[in-house]
Design a binder for this molecule. Structure first.
Ligand code: SAM
Length: 274
């Protein structure tokens, strides 16, 4: 088992893949090339790569001539990348935790960021919600994630995978699944299938809630009791009379209601609270 986790860095040193950092390194060149083709990095871009690891994607991103900031938590790998890209003026390695990283610390100009990452699966959802705090500064995000998570992100109302993640992500972004990636493309191999997703934040969200925190609360409360009708699951937040005014069929279950209707409910609650 242990030897399966040992990988050789391009400098010739051996790196033991660290499970706690979700290290599954991409080695399949066809998959790497396809991801790069989808991203199509250009000299004029400002790219941010999360978790570059041993640099499977970094190499071609750096060669595009774009400004490239990389945030890598693992000290050894960050050191290795600093060494490897020491002659590239366009590449900047930050040895930091992306969950604590403030995108405003990058030297942002009027270009919005293009974010890329083969993310550690155990922290992928918190990473996304952390990045969405800066959504106005982001042009697009291309991520490798667990297939099941990508399906939840891109699900439509009524789909079996539709839920909190679909709603809250689609509030900010358009979500498109690009292609699947099998476990064999990585060393060591993960136990799950993966997929590439592209998220494109809206310049202006198509529906806008008065209070996004209230919308999050409504969605969380509804999906916490997935089997109940909305009338029952939301009764702690809003009275039946107030709900009746919204002309939404409250006998529906949470997976049958679209974003616009969740925003209507959330706005009614926000108005009552003010
Ligand atoms: N991009 C590389 C590839 O495709 O082979 C590595 C991908 S590996 C799945 C995830 C990478 O994210 C690892 O290099 C890991 O050390 C790094 N990482 C884990 N947690 C992180 C965090 N909180 N902030 C930044 N990087 C992190």
């Amino acid at each position: 088992m242990a030897s399966n986790r040992a990988v050789t860095l391009s400098t010739g040193t051996t790196h033991q893949a660290r499970k706690r950092f979700g290290q599954n390194f991409l080695h399949d060149q066809q998959v790497i090339d396809r991801i790069i083709r989808e991203i199509a990095p250009s000299h004029d871009d400002h790219l941010l790569e999360i978790g570059p690891g041993q640099g499977a994607l970094t190499k071609q991103l750096a060669k595009s001539g774009a400004r490239l900031d990389c945030v890598e938590l693992d000290r050894d790998l960050a050191e290795h990348l600093r060494h490897q890209y020491r002659d590239y003026d366009n590449v900047h390695i930050h040895q930091q935790d992306i969950l604590k990283f403030d995108l405003n610390d990058l030297e942002l100009d009027d270009r919005r960021l293009r974010i890329i990452g083969n993310l550690p699966y155990n922290i992928s959802t918190p990473v996304l919600f952390h990045l969405l705090k800066f959504y106005e500064k982001i042009e697009d995000m291309s991520f490798m994630l667990q297939l099941e998570v990508v399906e939840r992100m891109a699900a439509d109302v009524g789909d079996k995978d539709y839920g909190r993640l679909s709603l809250m992500l689609q509030y900010f972004c358009r979500a498109e699944k690009l292609f699947n990636v099998p476990p064999q493309a990585f060393t060591p191999q993960p136990k799950v299938n993966s997929a590439i997703v592209r998220l494109t934040p809206y310049a202006e969200p198509p529906v806008k809630a008065k209070d996004v925190e209230c919308l999050k609360l409504v969605v969380r409360t509804a999906f916490n009791q997935r089997r109940k009708t909305l009338k029952n699951s939301l009764k702690t937040l809003i009275s039946e009379d107030a709900l009746a005014d919204l002309a939404i069929n409250m006998k529906l279950r949470p997976e049958n209601l679209g974003l616009t209707d969740y925003v209507k409910i959330s706005d009614a609650i926000s108005s009552l609270a003010n």
